[in-house]
Design a protein around this ligand. Structure first.
Ligand code: FES
Length: 328
């Protein structure tokens, strides 16, 4: 039992207790974890592309990590996720790899920011690394629904192409790229020749998503055709601590590298509004009351004009230099 990793049960309001009932390595650094509901007959169902948040305590701090759910969501007795160990990370993946079968972990109800584009004429799926977890659930649901699907899946090494044989059987013609075999996913090629009504899904590291966002309109994908899902935390290297103040409720904190404004507010017991925690939904946007320094916007929610105005920011991902006073 890794009790030190688990969040204080007193602070888990809104989370569901989940018992780790099975775990195994899919690759040297990728672990499959299966949870069963504790004290309830079933978990809430989920749609393809959904994720859960897990609540951890890392180094005495409360931390939330999001993981895509595997499976089609129709088995309410299990939630399954796959977690890649990030040796350079901030402890979340290490905590998940340290969990022992039998451990209890608070998990959120599923949410989906990466849904299937209903009514699309075809679905082009592109996965990088552990981004395959979200793509796998989409592929399974789409194939079951007899929708036309294509797949490109790249990983750094052949043994990290997890679920490869299941995907090859599921999606005939799927393309796989193992970096250690000299196989490289050419994103411009994978995005070429968009068909009328086709939907494009990309889940992978930030640089893959940024590249897809840049290329898609150039190649001719219409606005709204591209759906993306980003997992993994930004490398905090280069981030500096900054001062955070709240104009209305008072209080001053230092936001250190590797912690978000929302993390700091949550640790102060202020219960900030949050949903995606990845700068996509906008629920955490706060108005800036005063800024002595500059804002580093890292979200995908605000428009370029809103970012340039500098009067609001997404507290889940964006940072500042100097002193930031929020209108809270
Ligand atoms: S919580 Fe979704 S943008 Fe911050």
């Amino acid at each position: 039992m890794n009790a030190a990793l688990l969040a204080d049960p007193a602070s888990t309001t809104g989370y569901l207790p989940a018992r780790l009932v099975a775990a195994r390595l899919l690759a040297p650094d990728i672990r499959l974890l299966e949870f069963a509901p504790e004290g309830a007959a079933a978990f809430p169902p989920h749609e393809a592309g959904a994720h859960i948040d897990v609540l951890l305590t890392i180094g005495g701090r409360r931390a939330v990590r999001s993981y895509s759910l595997l499976g089609d969501g129709r088995d309410p007795s299990r939630y399954a996720i796959a977690v890649r160990l990030d040796p350079e990370g901030q402890g979340g993946s290490a905590a998940m790899h340290a969990l022992a079968v039998g451990d209890l972990l608070p998990v959120s109800a599923p949410r989906c920011h990466f849904p299937i584009a209903l009514g699309a004429s075809a679905h082009r799926l592109i996965a990088g690394g552990i981004g395959i977890t979200a793509i796998l659930s989409l592929a399974t649901a789409l194939v079951e629904g007899r929708a036309p699907v294509s797949l490109h899946y790249a990983a750094r090494t052949a043994d990290r192409l997890v679920f490869r044989s299941a995907l090859a059987a599921l999606v005939p013609g799927a393309r796989f790229f193992a970096g250690d075999r000299g196989e490289r996913l050419d994103l411009a090629r994978a995005l070429s020749d968009p068909q009328p009504g086709e939907a494009l899904y990309v889940c992978g590291p930030a640089r893959m998503i940024e590249e897809a966002r840049r290329l898609a309109p150039v190649i001719g994908w219409p606005e709204g055709a591209l759906r993306t899902e980003l997992f993994g935390t930004r490398d905090p290297a280069g981030d500096l601590p900054f001062t955070l103040r709240l104009a209305r409720t008072g209080g001053e904190w230092t936001v250190p590298p590797g912690r978000s404004i929302a993390d700091v507010l949550a640790e102060a017991g202020l219960d900030p509004l949050l949903d995606c925690r990845r700068g996509e939904c906008g629920l955490c946007v706060a108005k800036v009351a005063e800024l002595r320094g500059e804002i580093a916007h890292r979200d995908r929610f605000l428009s370029e004009a809103e970012k340039a105005a500098g009067d609001r920011l997404c507290t889940c991902v964006s940072r500042a230099r100097g002193t930031l006073v929020l209108d809270l």
